[in-house]
Design a protein around this ligand. Structure first.
Ligand SMILES: [Fe+2]
Length: 235
């Protein structure tokens, strides 16, 4: 039987958040699948610790870090582009909460395969082929020294690019080296893979391709294209 994730404790916590802040702009969402749903690619124990301890700590510490700032009541999407003006605790914890929420959404027990349609065309055009894209993405994930993330993003001009960020930074932050709208991410902190893969980050990255929720990535890509069209000034 699959482990149920939306536990009574999670529900109680979510209810507490709602009661405390009335309509919280930042919430801790249940995982969209069970802890063991991504086996054998990500083991249940890693998922449980990663979500219920690491991720939850970022969420709890985000609320603490925001206390007393003018950011209370704002969404993560509103805060990320101005995060460089605030203390490191805001950047590290809100980044951690956003990145993990985003990471879970990119995965699915029914994942894998390839994207289709315009996204596949764009990937082929940008990187040469889907396999070449996988190579480049893996290189970004492997070359991130220490802890961080590798991303596929849509730039303001509509082009796709791969980047990686250290710690809990992401490409939506004003302090990011390369800014864009993320549509896919992999967490390459050791806590994401060490129990199963130990030091073999490359094996974890290779397994990641089997659990990518491409229909979701596709919808993020379409949304990014629409947003770019409405925000890019027409010549
Ligand atoms: Fe993580």
């Amino acid at each position: 039987m699959k482990t149920t994730l939306f536990t009574a404790a999670t529900l109680a916590f979510a209810t507490w958040c709602s009661a405390e802040t009335n309509t919280p702009a930042i919430t801790f969402q249940p995982l969209p699948y069970a802890y063991d749903a991504l086996e054998p690619h990500i083991d249940a124990k890693t998922m449980e610790i990663h979500y219920s301890r690491h991720h939850k700590a970022y969420f709890t510490n985000t609320l603490k870090a925001l206390e007393g700032t003018d950011l209370v009541g704002k969404t993560m999407e509103a805060i990320l582009p101005i995060i460089g003006k605030y203390p490191a605790a805001v950047r590290n914890n809100l980044g951690g909460h956003y990145n993990h929420t985003f990471f879970w959404s990119c995965l699915s027990p029914k994942g894998g395969g390839q994207p289709t349609g315009v996204l596949l065309e764009k990937i082929n055009n940008a990187f040469g082929s889907f396999d070449a894209f996988k190579e480049a993405f893996k290189k970004a994930a492997m070359s991130r020294f220490g802890s961080g993330w590798a991303w596929l993003c849509v730039a303001q001009d509509g082009s796709l690019f791969i980047t990686s960020t250290p710690n809990q930074d992401n490409p939506l932050m004003d302090i990011a080296e390369k800014k864009g709208t993320p549509i896919l991410v992999i967490d390459v902190w050791e806590h994401a893979y060490y129990l199963k893969y130990q030091n073999l980050r490359a094996s974890f990255v290779d397994s990641f391709w089997n659990i990518i929720n491409w229909p979701h990535v596709q919808s993020l890509f379409e949304q990014a294209e629409k947003t770019n069209k409405t925000t890019t000034p027409q010549k």
